[in-house]
Design a protein around this ligand. Structure first.
Ligand SMILES: CC(C)(COP(=O)(O)OP(=O)(O)OC[C@H]1O[C@@H](n2cnc3c(N)ncnc32)[C@H](O)[C@@H]1OP(=O)(O)O)[C@@H](O)C(=O)NCCC(=O)NCCS
Length: 195
């Protein structure tokens, strides 16, 4: 799905597979910040969530990867090698997670990878099942989009499971814009072809 209204032509390169090699710690001048980013609405303020015991974090500092893995598993994602998660986070453009201060544990997480200027793809959107349905998922995605837009990045894409299309649509994402389809390299299909 692509974020509606900020899609530039030609075909969004964010739908293409990226090389796994990304420059680390890319910084982009905020001079390119669009009015869309400046005016991007947040449905709930940091202060409001803070008063309910939740703190937004915008770097991997203090993020316990075992706890993150526990959430992945709890929502049905595969458990991942924490060393590999660490590397993935080092190659991540923007990340947001929510700490529940009472337990000091992460309860919501999302991240975006990208080339630092044109394209970003959102990954690993999860909310601890105990904390789902209270607005944390929406709050995290809104902040991630805002942060990416503030860097001047206009093509924002993600892969959505069918059951969560309804979560992403009100956040501005649209499937198959102008008939454009995402394609994913299939090792299974490729193997079959060579047999
Ligand atoms: C999908 C997920 C991130 C949503 O997080 P959440 O914190 O429970 O969602 P929120 O409470 O912020 O909900 C925000 C809005 O989306 C709606 N919503 C939430 N999940 C939805 C779903 N699966 N389908 C349709 N709408 C949904 C809510 O009703 C709410 O609507 P409102 O703003 O009108 O009140 C969370 O359920 C989750 O972690 N799921 C398992 C992992 C997953 O599927 N991740 C996405 C991979 S593509």
């Amino acid at each position: 799905m692509l974020l509606r209204g900020i899609i530039s032509t030609p075909l969004p390169p964010s739908l293409r597979l990226h090389s796994p090699i990304h420059p680390r710690n890319v910084t982009v001048s905020s001079q390119t910040q669009s009015p869309i980013a400046a005016n991007y609405p947040l449905s709930i303020t940091d202060e409001s969530l803070d008063s309910r015991g939740f703190t937004f974090r915008r770097s991997a500092d203090g993020l316990n990867l075992d706890h993150l893995n526990t959430i992945f598993v709890a929502v049905g994602f595969p458990r991942r090698d924490t060393e590999k998660i660490k590397v993935a986070l080092e190659h991540t453009e923007s990340l947001i997670w929510v700490e529940y201060r009472k337990t000091k544990k992460p309860v919501a997480f999302a991240r975006a990878t990208g080339d630092g200027v044109f394209n970003a793809i959102i990954w690993d959107v999860v909310v601890d099942p105990t904390f789902q349905g209270i607005g944390l998922g929406k709050a995290v995605i809104e902040r991630l989009i805002k942060e990416v837009l503030e860097k001047g990045i206009c093509n924002i894409a993600l892969y959505s499971e069918p059951k969560v299309l309804g979560f992403y649509r009100p956040l501005g994402f649209v499937a198959d814009p102008d008939g454009i389809r995402g394609m994913v390299y299939s090792t299974k299909k490729h193997k079959n072809k060579n047999i």
